[in-house]
Design a protein around this ligand. Sequence first.
Ligand SMILES: C[S@@+](CC[C@H](N)C(=O)[O-])C[C@H]1O[C@@H](n2cnc3c(N)ncnc32)[C@H](O)[C@@H]1O
Length: 216
Amino acid sequence: MSSESTLVTAAHFAYLAERTTPEGAFLRELKRAAGQAGIPEICVAPEQIALMGILLRLCRAQRVVEVGTLAGYSAIGMARALPSDGHLHTVEFAPKHAAFAREWIAKSDVADRITVLEGRGDEHLPRFEDESIDAVFLDADKGGYPGYLREAMRFLRPGGLVMADNAFAFGQLLDPNPTDREVGAVKAFNDHVPTVPNLEAVIVPIGDGLWVGIKR
Ligand SMILES: C[S@@+](CC[C@H](N)C(=O)[O-])C[C@H]1O[C@@H](n2cnc3c(N)ncnc32)[C@H](O)[C@@H]1O
């Protein structure tokens, strides 16, 4: 037995992606329609949504908050892991994205489990009551993550689940000359997470790196 990790290569990612429970025809069609509508193709990877669904089921999540709806892909994927009386609030800043997401959520099998809140994350998150939420997913402006996490640690119940995307900074985390303007914010957040009291967290290396944590 070795304490060394296996180096995960692009070939490993392709291998695991091919063996993950498929996202299904509806979500594939949503992504195609979003691309045609000029919405950027930056939703989470199918293997991330598979993992997130499993984690939500494991913690028996009923109430979930997401920041960053885009086209509604991850919102629909997560809502499918909730019981029929569960609910997911998803916050979206761009009116065009919110309108597209509402249209596709209405056509989905989980239309009654999702509410799209239009506006900024820092405007909506303070409105959730203390310890009232089971899980949170951060997938919006990276500079906002520390503030969103602070709010999440207040509104999550003990044992609540934290997930945050792009820990690998769009593939540029270890790049000496990154071109994306949010890389610095991702690095600052990655350094911040292990210092947050009452949070146990780890970066899971799927997609663009998914932070997974639990509020003690
Ligand atoms: C990476 S996309 C979200 C992808 C989505 N979670 C998925 O996987 O299907 C990020 C979204 O966050 C939105 N956004 C950016 N800044 C925001 C803010 N301050 N508050 C709320 N949403 C924001 C963007 O308009 C964009 O639609």
